[in-house]
Design a protein around this ligand. Structure first.
Ligand SMILES: Cc1ncc(COP(=O)(O)O)c(C=O)c1O
Length: 461
């Protein structure tokens, strides 16, 4: 018998909730990386497009039976790869509601709630990150697109001062824009420079110290045609550039100062870490992710720009069928036209944690990085970075060349997951502590797995 759309949705939602609970309940007991059999099971999904549909419950069942096993347990406590947060309960719940709402966030006309929440979250972020109340905030898929949005705004502003309308005229024959960047700038920033037609080879790279902090004294002289790129949170060491000093130099020269704070910007929420971000209020633009340290699900990032007009001009979509809002509508702040109510993720995370909860999350993750470093050092490993935030880089003096293999072997046990890296000319492995779920016991268990494998390989006694 065919169910009504309402009953059908209800039944599927209840089942999805059951499967999700089942998944999360077992996450601590299961392997972090799926095993070969679980991955091999994916072949079951490699079918031709079915000729006829089926009961949605069967679709969901298949997804859970085959798909859940073939996930990487990033929402568990022992995933330390890249910079990956988990998903806070309120954000998972909000995602379900968001899907049920299925809002199109173009303007107030298409979604009053989503646009309202964007404005609420924008205010919270401006306050937390000490940004001007008139700065613009656009909700993007992540830091890559946040950097793209902000640097398109910078490109617009610099060229418009020359009377050049880059959106209309393009870059052929345009005045030259200089790009000065930390040599440690994240690889995705280079991709953005390429996407914007500014050319990676035009970047003037500034050397960094041993922890990956840009040497301010080596920044070449800047001018009003320059974009200077720094970061809060080096993906290896967690280091934060000297924001206040860079802001001073760029303000004096009229350069545009952009800060990539993919994860490090959240340190502003911590009283004990906030000093690292001194000067943040002076940047021309900055970005951060929700899906890293704030622990929202993917994809969730924000682009923030002091020059709201520049961001708007770079991202504006004009069509006769769009009504004119008094405020800049969301579609005119970011690259995408159609998109989801992305602000809901950040709103749910920030609302459910509150200021204290965000601070506790940041502090706990930083403490975990220190704890793991200390435990590893006690067993003869060497911590290579100054652990200022949640990132840890480790090596072993006599066995550097064997750490890639050791990392692979530890990850293959399924106990924990992290990646090999190179840092300051040394080989080692990197661990990130970014999840709200990770407990002290998880940290100890991850370290124990490393010690066990290192002993087996004769790396340590
Ligand atoms: C410093 C930094 N910038 C940019 C990115 C890219 O962010 P996303 O993957 O959200 O686009 C990352 C990702 O780890 C990062 O650490």
């Amino acid at each position: 018998m065919k169910l009504s759309p309402l009953l059908e949705s209800k039944r599927v939602l209840e089942q999805a909730a059951e499967f999700s609970k089942d998944y999360l309940q077992n996450i601590s007991a299961r392997r972090v990386q799926p095993n070969a059999d679980d991955k091999a099971g994916l072949i079951t999904l490699s079918t031709a497009l079915p000729e006829f549909g089926c009961d949605p419950m069967d679709t969901l069942q298949l997804l859970h039976d085959i798909g859940s096993k073939a996930t990487v347990a990033t929402t568990g406590g022992r995933y330390h790869g890249l910079v990956v947060g988990g998903s806070l309960p309120a954000t998972v719940g909000a995602r379900v509601l968001n899907a049920a709402w299925d809002q199109l966030v173009l303007s107030e006309d298409t979604s009053p709630i989503a646009v309202h929440l964007e404005r609420v979250v924008a205010n919270w972020l401006r306050e937390l990150f000490m940004l001007s109340p008139t700065s613009s905030v656009g909700f993007v898929t992540g830091t890559t697109m946040g950097n793209f949005t902000c640097l398109a705004a910078a490109r617009h502003r610099i060229l418009s001062r020359h009377g050049w309308d880059v959106e209309k005229q393009g870059l052929n024959g345009a005045p030259r824009i200089r790009i000065v960047a930390s040599e440690e700038i994240h690889v995705t920033v280079k991709k953005v420079i390429a996407m914007l037609g500014l050319g990676i080879e035009n970047m003037e790279l500034v050397p960094c110290d041993n922890n990956g902090v840009m040497k301010v004294e080596e920044i070449p002289s800047l001018d009003a045609d320059t974009i200077i790129l720094a970061q809060a949170g080096n993906v290896n060491s967690g280091a934060v550039d000297r924001i206040a000093e860079i802001a001073e130099i760029s303000a004096a020269s009229g350069a545009w100062f952009h800060l990539d704070g993919a994860f490090g910007l959240w340190a502003a929420a911590s009283k004990s870490k906030r000093h690292l971000l001194a000067g943040l209020e002076q940047v021309n633009s900055c970005v951060t992710d929700g899906h890293k340290w704030l622990n929202t699900p993917y994809d969730c990032g924000v682009a923030m720009c002091a020059d709201a007009e520049a961001m708007h001009s770079a991202m504006s979509t004009v069509a006769p069928y769009f009504s004119k809002d008094s405020d800049i509508p969301p579609k005119d702040m970011v690259p995408e036209l159609s998109r989801s109510a992305r602000s809901l993720d950040m709103w749910a995370a920030m609302h459910s944690l509150g200021r204290n909860g965000i601070e506790a999350l940041i502090d706990r993750c930083c403490r975990h990085a220190v704890l793991a470093g200390k435990l590893l050092e006690e067993h003869g490993f060497e911590v290579l970075n100054d652990v200022v935030l949640n990132q840890l880089v480790v090596t072993h003096q006599q066995n550097e060349h064997r750490l890639q293999e050791m990392t692979n072997r530890v990850c293959a046990t399924g106990e924990t997951w992290f990646g090999a890296t190179h840092w300051q000319g040394r080989s080692g492995f990197r661990m990130s502590f970014s999840s709200w779920v990770t407990s002290d016991d998880d940290v100890k268990r991850s370290v124990k797995a490393i010690i066990k494998e290192a002993k087996k390989m004769g790396i340590i006694d």
